[in-house]
Design a protein around this ligand. Structure first.
Ligand SMILES: Cc1cc2nc3c(=O)[nH]c(=O)nc-3n(C[C@H](O)[C@H](O)[C@H](O)COP(=O)(O)O)c2cc1C
Ligand code: SF4
Length: 438
């Protein structure tokens, strides 16, 4: 049986997406019934329902959402906050943008339910600076929600007070990391904090704070209206549940955002997206954004869920699937990724600051035909020093693709080194035609 979209159901058929779903339309379609239900059952039951659904964070790490909510102290006199992470800067990821553009009230409702569950009276939606139109759409929807009494002094006449604000970032990938985001929200440079303490204890403005991704929160209204059992029956198994948005890009006929039960394989996703561009053979793919180790074509049958991908040596991450056909130079591809990480490193930690730069330099010399026989081992040694030794996961994010290149595609690196050039028939990133020497 075909899977019926849940998160994207209101956006199906929209092409130009000129008009996001407004409050009236949203309510007519059952919108805010999840919030009504939450307000009627009480905060603890909401957390229990979300826990029973098995919902895991869609922002990258896959941490169980309700477990995170339950870390917020109940007896603390400090204010509590929800910060919704709409920074979406992982290369290849564009699902949160679609959710905001098409159905902003779905997100507002998810945020409101989470705030009610943890006792937060203020919610910030921290949105990537480049998402100007999306920030405006959200602001309009928030205004509509205030006017209709969905937000404000008494949410749906319940007596629960909730304020919501959009906070725009300024275009730094590191501000998607939760504590970098908190620093930025508080008006400082977006440099990640030392953890512990974790944001659930010391978060925004020193107070307990939940941080969840846009897609994570968009799932919550549906769990409230349809129930935890409905949610947990979707997906691969009890640890990998619910609908999931996959962003597919690269060498694919119809790039875009596709909704599937979590655990669709690359083959299944490619079928929906029209196959590899021009019908060429698949060479490799990234299943979960720039930070995810690269898998080979032989792994296209692996269910793309948290645990199956981890077992296969990669990760679901932000579910940004990048398809690479047989014309792709993987050294060049990973060089570009390392360059991105080197550019975005905030520079606080030596292994990250130096390691991302060295990764870029070593891969760059291999791609330009100046690689040394010891370079593959050098890359492995360097990434060994970068892993688990820094303040945040950006350092490890660079390790993922670099190490997988050496481990899974070593012959391609060696061919670059022994032939003194990029063997692929395309222009090198260094401006010289590959194949003509250095
Ligand atoms: C460098 C870096 C960038 C990140 N960028 C994002 C992002 O753009 N959006 C996001 O939701 N999470 C991002 N994360 C993950 C967040 O730190 C955090 O785990 C997530 O927002 C938690 O939400 P979830 O539990 O709902 O997944 C990033 C992490 C790192 C290390
Ligand atoms: S790991 Fe990198 S990005 Fe993260 S805090 Fe350290 S230097 Fe900054």
């Amino acid at each position: 049986m075909a899977f019926e979209a849940v998160l994207l159901r209101r956006s199906s058929g929209a092409t130009a997406l000129e008009v996001p779903v407004g409050l009236k339309e949203y309510r007519a379609d059952g919108g805010y019934e999840g919030l009504e239900k939450a307000l009627s059952v009480g905060p603890e039951e909401v957390i229990e329902e979300v826990k029973a659904s098995g919902l895991r964070g869609r922002g990258g790490a896959g941490f169980p959402a309700a477990v995170k909510w339950s870390f917020i102290p109940k007896s603390d006199n400090k204010p509590k906050y929800l910060v919704c992470n709409a920074d979406e800067s992982e290369p290849g990821t564009f699902k949160d943008r679609l959710l905001i553009e098409t159905d902003p009230h779905q997100l507002i409702e998810g945020c409101a339910i989470c705030c009610y569950a943890v006792g937060a009276h203020t919610c910030y939606i921290y949105i990537r600076g480049e998402y100007v139109r999306q920030a405006e759409i959200l602001e309009t929807a928030i205004r509509q929600a205030y006017d209709a009494g969905v937000l404000g002094d008494s949410v749906l006449k319940s007596g629960f007070k909730l304020d919501m604000r959009v906070h725009r970032g300024a275009g730094a990938y590191i501000c998607g990391e939760e504590t970098g985001m908190l620093e930025s929200l508080e008006g400082r440079r977006g440099q990640p904090r030392v953890k512990p303490p974790f944001p659930a204890i010391v978060g925004a403005f020193g107070a307990p704070t939940v941080i969840n991704n846009v897609e994570t929160l968009c799932n919550v209204p549906h769990i409230m209206t349809r129930g935890a059992d409905w949610f947990s029956e979707i997906g691969t198994d009890e640890r990998n549940t619910g609908p999931k948005l996959y962003c597919i890009s690269g060498h694919v006929e119809r790039p875009g955002v596709y909704e599937f039960p979590i655990g669709v394989t690359l083959n299944g996703l490619l079928e929906a997206a029209g196959g590899v561009l021009g019908g060429r053979p698949l060479k490799a793919f990234i299943p979960g954004g720039a930070s995810a180790p690269i898998l080979s074509a032989e792994q296209s049958h692996v269910p793309m869920d948290f645990d199956s991908l981890a077992k296969a040596g990669s990760m679901l991450g932000s579910a940004a699937v990048v398809v690479m056909d047989d014309t792709t130079c993987l050294v060049r591809a990973v060089y570009r990724l390392a360059k991105f990480f080197a550019h975005e490193s905030c520079g606080q930690c030596t292994p990250c600051r130096e390691g991302t730069n060295w990764s870029q330099m070593v891969l760059g010399r291999i791609e330009s035909g100046n690689g040394r026989p010891e370079d593959p081992e050098l890359l492995l040694r360097m990434t060994g020093n970068m892993s688990g030794t820094a303040l945040c996961a950006l350092s490890d994010a660079c390790v993922g693709p670099v190490r997988s290149l050496v481990q899974n595609f070593r012959p391609e690196i060696e061919e670059h080194i022994t032939s003194g050039r990029c063997p692929l028939p395309y222009r090198s990133v260094f401006g010289k035609t590959a194949g003509t020497g250095h």
